[in-house]
Ligand binder design. Structure first.
Ligand code: FES
Ligand code: FES
Length: 158
């Protein structure tokens, strides 16, 4: 890597975009190119939330984001969440509430909630958080445990 090369900082590590084409999705760059498979592929059309990651502090759907579009940004994926103070709280809340079964949707929920709590801390109300998480779908849990995790994460948010 040389100074001036296009890069993305992912979970604190600088990654070169030299071989990334203009039409490559961030989802594919993360999963296929860099083997960060914690980010899940669901619908590939923006409808399930499984592919959510945080780019420059805001949650985005990586299946609707071109990698080149976010060149120079800082990306947090579920693999780096434990190192993020808010992410660590969210992970603990999901674990404590038993808010997963197959776990396929969990990285998306964790990243989306981490992004929301980083923006709002404890100031956002639970109803607003749940409303903003409506784009994240789970086929297994019936959502009750996920709601408990959201409540717990908000209470413990830094
Ligand atoms: S895979 Fe991106 S929203 Fe479903
Ligand atoms: S835990 Fe299986 S899809 Fe949510």
């Amino acid at each position: 890597m040389s100074p001036g090369d296009p890069v993305l900082v992912v979970n604190g590590r600088s990654r070169t975009l030299d071989e990334v084409s203009d039409d490559e999705l961030l989802l594919d760059t993360l999963r296929e190119r860099w083997r960060l498979t914690g980010t899940k592929e669901g619908c590939r059309s923006g409808d399930c939330g499984a592919c959510t990651v945080i780019v420059d502090g805001r949650s985005v759907l990586s299946c609707l984001t071109l990698t080149r579009e976010v060149e120079g940004s800082t990306v947090l994926t579920v693999e780096g969440t434990a190192q993020d103070p808010t992410g660590a709280v969210v992970l603990a809340a999901f674990e404590g509430a038993g808010a997963l079964q197959c776990g396929y949707c969990t990285p998306g929920f964790v990243m989306a909630l981490t992004g929301l709590l980083r923006e709002r801390g404890r100031h956002g109300d639970v109803a607003g958080l749940l409303e903003d998480l409506q784009g994240n779908l789970c086929r297994c849990t019936g959502y009750a445990t996920i709601v408990r995790a959201v409540v717990a994460a908000r209470e413990a948010a830094p």
